[in-house]
Design a binder for this molecule. Structure first.
Ligand SMILES: Nc1nc2c(ncn2[C@@H]2O[C@H](COP(=O)(O)OP(=O)(O)OP(=O)(O)O)[C@@H](O)[C@H]2O)c(=O)[nH]1
Length: 522
């Protein structure tokens, strides 16, 4: 794509104040069309004369990515001065703000003056249709990314409202500030209701948003990748670099307005670069030390840093803007948002499994692997509530190992433990869905049998008693026999779970009294 400009000549600044007819009296040059025209500022700004390669109707003079620059033009036929910046709210809405567009209404050379640019600006003269098509492509890419960012921000905010985990708020703030920066640096913010106001602050407004988004990004990074605990030294260094950013923001706000604050971008970019280098080093180290979330963050953050650094370098050396650079940043930002969202989902999953494990630990007995007292009593309460609500049958068996103290005293505690494990295993082997088995403490156990009547419960208890009696317990070559006494009861509404357990315990006690190794039903 050529620039549509045949010849470029630097002209004296007096062109800006010269009377219109005097401006255009130079000859049209005949040099071949220039592929790229980038106007690099001498300190402060300058004026150029551009000779269009082709003249004709429907042509636009375009100044791409003017960012902080103020662009003045003097166009045929009247050569009146028109000045524009992307911060204005009333630019022609027909085009996006990736370029300032000036319609050329008559043939003849054009004059362009640029002031306050921080890097060489690319200019071209193009057909309106050609520019409109390119502009649509640009807008599609930009707003696809903005759409993704708005979506993830809303989802994160809803998650924060429901789950109250601050990480979602950090994530939403991080993505919202990146999105705002994208909109401001592209100029689109100044054409949008609600954000127009930002145009008043011109370039310092963009720097403010960029610095704010870096501060939020650093904090999000620290929390998300658990850098404080995984890499304490590097995270302190990151916080130290990050601490200068709010100071810089403060200086930007309180220094006299409207000075051009030219000192800001140099320091700001340096701090940004430093923060990025330290952040990547910290993430890489945390990842190597087993930080899964640091790895995810690295995967999400590095492409963004690479892309924004490449863009900054391209701008500062005035290299031609390739499409992958122009469109890469919004697309990479959208990918970053999605990868981080996956990271957040993974974090939530990790929390859930941790919670499930804690719940499991809180309700289980580590020795027998069965429910503990809390767990089995909770199952019993559910079963009683269900039996009441649905008039269903329910039975409970209370089991106690016979002469357990004697087993312990004769063969040692380890063999006693082996008895507990074996009994638990023998019972759980035959559990039907919905039935629960737990250890109430010591050598006492309870079996909850929903949907089972008293007679069937007694039969099941008898089978169980015989099964236990028939298997001896072996540990380190020592073999002992084990028997159990079982109390079997059927639930009678509206008795409480505690009353039911008491009756079962009493039945078991009766079995002991009657000589042990037997079932007593009550
Ligand atoms: N090995 C082992 N022993 C335990 C554990 N919990 C409690 N015990 C022991 O279990 C024994 C319980 O004994 P008792 O309740 O007096 O029962 P017993 O008199 O031996 O037998 P019965 O009268 O038939 O119930 C005590 O010696 C406790 O120290 C445990 O987790 N492992």
């Amino acid at each position: 794509r050529d620039s549509g400009i045949a010849h470029v000549t630097a002209v004296p600044d007096s062109v800006s104040t010269a009377k219109p007819p005097a401006v255009a009296n130079a000859q049209v040059a005949t040099s071949p069309t220039l592929a790229q025209v980038r106007l690099a500022m001498p300190a402060g700004g300058g004026w150029w004369r551009l000779d269009p390669a082709v003249s004709g109707p429907d042509r636009l003079l375009l100044v791409y990515h003017p960012y902080s620059a103020r662009v003045s033009v003097r166009l045929p036929p009247d050569y009146r001065v028109q000045a524009r910046t992307i911060f204005e709210t009333d630019l022609d809405p027909a085009w996006s703000r990736r370029a300032l567009a000036f319609p050329l209404k008559a043939p003849g050379p054009v004059f362009i003056g640029i002031d306050g640019a921080r890097y060489p600006l690319q200019v071209a003269i193009r057909d309106v249709r050609e520019h409109t098509a390119e502009d649509r492509g640009h807008t599609r890419v930009l707003f696809t990314s903005i759409g993704v960012l708005v979506g993830v921000c809303l989802v994160a905010l809803v998650f924060w409202l429901v789950l109250r985990d601050r990480i979602y708020l950090w994530y939403a703030a991080c993505m919202a500030s990146q999105m705002l920066y994208l909109l401001c640096s592209n100029g689109e913010a100044y054409a949008m209701p609600g954000l127009r106001l930002l145009g008043r602050f011109a370039a310092p407004g963009v720097w403010f948003v960029a610095t704010l988004s870096t501060i939020i990004g650093v904090n999000f990074l620290l929390v998300f990748a658990e850098l404080r605990t995984r890499v304490p030294r590097l995270s302190r260094l990151l916080m130290l670099v990050g601490a200068w950013l709010p100071l810089l923001l403060l200086a930007l706000l309180v220094s006299p307005w409207p000075a051009n604050k030219d000192w800001f971008p140099g320091i700001g970019n340096l701090l940004l670069l430093l923060a990025n280098i330290v952040a990547i080093a910290a993430l890489a180290l945390a990842w190597r030390r087993g930080g899964r979330h640091a790895g995810q963050m690295l995967l999400a953050w590095v492409p963004l840093v690479v892309m924004s650094t490449a863009r900054a370098v391209q701008l500062s050396i005035g290299a031609p803007l390739s499409p992958w650079l122009e469109y890469g940043l919004p697309l990479v930002l959208a990918c970053t948002a999605v990868v981080l969202m996956l990271g957040l989902a993974d974090r939530m999953q990790a929390f859930r499994s941790e919670r499930d494990r804690a719940r499991q630990d809180a309700q289980h007995d580590p020795l027998s692997g069965a429910y503990n007292r809390v767990g089995i009593m909770q199952r019993l309460q559910h079963a009683v509530a269900e039996a009441r609500a649905e008039s269903r049958q329910l039975a409970v068996l209370f089991l106690d190992i016979d002469h357990f103290k004697q087993i312990n005293d004769t063969h040692g505690h380890a063999l006693g433990d082996a008895c507990i494990r074996q009994l638990s295993w023998l019972v759980q082997e035959d559990l039907m869905p919905g039935e629960s088995f737990g250890r109430l403490g010591g050598e006492e156990f309870m079996l909850v049998l929903p949907g089972v009547n008293g007679r069937h419960a007694r039969d099941a208890a008898e089978r169980l008693r015989r099964k236990v009696e028939g298997r001896s317990v072996v540990l380190d070559g020592v073999r002992v026999g084990m028997t159990v006494s079982i109390g079997s009861v059927e639930y009678v509404a509206p008795e409480t779970p505690d009353a039911l357990v008491k009756r079962a315990d009493a039945a078991m006690y009766a079995a002991k009294e009657a000589g042990r190794n037997r079932v007593v039903a009550a």
